[in-house]
Design a protein around this ligand. Sequence first.
Ligand SMILES: [Zn+2]
Length: 259
Amino acid sequence: MPENVLLIVFLFGITWGSFLNVCIYRIPLGKSIVLPASHCPQCSQAIRWFDNIPLLGWVLLRGRCRHCHAAISPIYPLVELLAGMLAIQVIGHFGLNWQNLTLILLGYAFIVLAFIDFQHYILPDVITLPGIALGLILAWTGWSAPPLATLHDALLGLAIGGGGLWGFAWLFQKITGKVGMGLGDVKLLAMIGAWMGWQSLPFTLFFASLLGTTVGILWMIAARRNRSQPIPFGPYLVGAAWAYLFIGQSVTHWYLGKG
Ligand SMILES: [Zn+2]
């Protein structure tokens, strides 16, 4: 892939990153993601276009509002950078075509879900339910080619990710009296199943649990957090599902001794 193409892909990505920031900030508050234009959450001053340039705006303002000098969270440039790198990762790995643009869209939904879950402990239906529908539509129209699922695998993925794990979460709660996995997590798994097929679910659940448990224990030690405080599972689920897209099939084949 020529470097100038990757540069354009990166610029495309960080521009979308600005929109993802709007989604991450506004969706949990129930605000419109279209209007009004971006403004400072502290002083409500509209942000001028040159301060709103992805990555560069935050760097030039040194992370402060031009008007009231309130600190602007480093999460904003972080999301923009992630969006740019994700676009390069997909196009660099799978090539530049229409299907892979839908993969970038999936990755962007994952970013929004992960950051919202991390900050608010919710995985909004307005992302997961259309996400499930779009996964099925892509599989049904035959648009999807590997690494995305066939319609058969997508439907099984939806059924197992949604139905099976809902049953598992229900049983876990009955036995332990604790909420192990929220319904938001179940809908996210159904979305992952609808895009990547049922085959992706064991890998995703295994590595998400491993990662979530490890980080959870380290976090508890470092911050002396109360054990009963919730730990969002969504960021680990999307992280593991995203890894599956790139290395899942080879890891699964290796594990089954076929590779
Ligand atoms: Zn301000």
